[in-house]
Design a protein around this ligand. Structure first.
Ligand SMILES: *Cc1c(COP(=O)(O)O)cnc(C)c1O
Length: 232
């Protein structure tokens, strides 16, 4: 058994166990295989194990892999996105997780119209208010969602967060709870063109806690493909 296959089996077991603990059905949680920096042959190993959703954080790498992988893969843009690069991914990605300003949302809207598509997006929230992280503050999330609702080339599907790096994943439980609470608040406002069905939270270190707190998408890289080497 290849290493990716073995890792996937392990991740799948942990997702199932977290769902069981939370009384949730496994079908409520979508696993996104975060393949940044990893070669196409490793992505193909995951593909051959049935993975069809991959997440990338850099536009150039993303478009290269779209061309190299089978057509039925669903691609998610999970990283910080510059406005001048939106044009390269419009029409090619199923979901953009990382919308953190109205200016970016407007550009996605423009490119969506050019390509004749409606682009699903998530609003990225910097729940812990870390200097080093992108995303709007929790207090500003509702306002950005409301503004995005007016753009008919995009559709807001929910919220995303990157929790702090912590030794003990329990330390992020409150972060995940806070994002879930915010999504419930926003959903109650019933904005047109907005749903709060997606809660993208949890990475290798903390996805089990995130699932217990309501994550509907977990973004797992290292846990599937192994540690990343940025020096190659
Ligand atoms: C790299 C990355 C991940 C995956 O991180 P791991 O800790 O390797 O699972 C998830 N989300 C985003 C936005 C990332 O950039």
């Amino acid at each position: 058994m290849g290493i990716v296959t073995e890792n996937l089996k392990n991740v799948e077991e942990k997702i199932q166990a977290a769902c069981d603990r939370a009384g949730r059905d496994r079908s409520e949680v979508t696993l996104i295989a975060v393949s940044k920096t990893k070669p196409v042959d490793m992505l193909m190993e995951a593909y051959n194990d049935g993975i069809r959703i991959f997440g990338e954080n850099k536009v150039q790498e993303l478009t290269g892999k779209i061309d190299a992988m089978p057509q039925d893969v669903e691609w998610h843009m999970i990283g910080h996105l510059q406005r001048n690069k939106v044009k390269y991914i419009a029409g090619k990605v199923a979901l953009i997780h990382s919308v953190d300003s109205f200016r970016l949302a407007e550009e996605i809207n423009i490119q969506a119209k050019k390509h004749g598509v409606i682009i699903p997006i998530l609003v990225e929230v910097n729940v812990a208010d870390e200097e080093s992280k992108f995303g709007v503050e929790l207090a500003d999330a509702c306002q950005l969602v409301k503004e995005c609702a007016s753009l008919d080339g995009i559709t807001v599907k929910g919220l995303m967060t990157i929790a702090p790096f912590v030794e003990n994943p329990e330390d992020n439980r409150d972060v995940f709870k806070a994002l879930k609470d915010k999504s419930v608040d926003i959903a109650a406002k019933k904005y047109d063109n907005v749903s709060m069905d997606v809660l993208s939270m949890g990475m290798t270190n903390d996805y089990e806690v995130a699932i217990e707190e309501g994550a509907t998408m977990v973004r797992v890289g290292t846990g599937i493909f192994g540690a990343r080497n940025y020096n190659i």
